[in-house]
Design a protein around this ligand. Structure first.
Ligand code: AP5
Length: 210
């Protein structure tokens, strides 16, 4: 099954992608994670992306489409995948169609903006492996230390309140129109992401299997 997880920054796309990819044994492909890795490694794509990410804007379509195209061509994506954070614009969705990629379902995780701004201040990510936590809703076993690899967990640079507001504005302007795009194709299913991580996983899996 090929799926897209759609939703505002911090709605829980990455958290649910981690749960669902284990359940269905398919990879979760996060363009955000790939771009952060590219920035860390100082690649050409990373250098092109950094200034946009720092100000909460979208990275230009041609940069992201190139990265995504290479990733979904890999062997582990042959039996299906979850796209977390792609497409983010109508031209990106059209590029997927032009690549001949069939999308079976688009799961929108719906969380109101007020809840997002509160949630983002508590997110922490691992400097080593990128695992994501929350100081209240998904704490590490040892404070400040990643459960998976033991590296330090820190606040993401773009989770500062002012950048979160910019990312939310970008989402409403450029990404929310994708809801209509996929609704008109009969692919969109909306689940509430407001009720805790486990309940959201239950709703997400039900929407995928339903
Ligand atoms: P990206 O990394 O994709 O960021 P995002 O969409 O803003 O999504 P997040 O990772 O912030 O949130 P999420 O929905 O995955 O939430 P999470 O599960 O972590 O993109 C970053 C940047 O890269 C973009 O701004 C852009 O510049 C660039 N970019 C990426 N893709 C691009 C593209 N296609 N085109 C152009 N540019 C692109 O959860 C958040 C927190 O909440 C965590 O702490 C979690 O533990 C907690 N949480 C999750 N669910 C719940 C729940 N139900 N209840 C309570 N807490 C919860």
């Amino acid at each position: 099954m090929n799926m897209i997880f759609l939703g505002a920054p911090g709605a829980g796309k990455g958290t649910q992608a981690e749960v669902v990819c284990k359940e269905l044994n398919i990879p979760a492909i996060s363009t955000g994670n790939m771009l952060r890795e590219a920035v860390k490694n100082g690649t050409a794509a990373g250098l092109a992306a950094k200034e946009y990410m720092d100000r909460g804007d979208l990275v230009p379509d041609e940069v992201v489409i190139g990265i995504l195209k290479d990733r979904i061509a890999m062997d582990d994506a042959k039996n299906g995948f979850i796209l977390d954070g792609f497409p983010r614009t109508v031209p990106q969705a059209e590029a997927l169609e032009k690549m001949g990629v069939r999308i079976d379902k688009v799961i929108e995780i719906d969380v109101p903006d007020e809840a997002i701004t509160k949630r983002m201040s508590g997110r922490r990510v691992c400097e080593g492996c990128g695992n994501s936590y929350h100081i209240e809703f998904k704490p590490t076993k040892v404070e400040g230390v990643c459960d998976a690899c033991g590296a330090k967990v820190v606040q993401r640079a773009d989770d500062k309140p002012e950048t979160v507001l910019a990312r939310l504005a970008t989402y409403h302007e450029k990404t929310a129109p994708l809801k209509d795009f996929y609704q008109s194709k009969g692919k969109l299913v909306t689940v509430s992401g407001q009720n805790g991580i486990e309940e959201t996983s239950r709703l997400t899996l039900a929407a995928i299997k339903g």
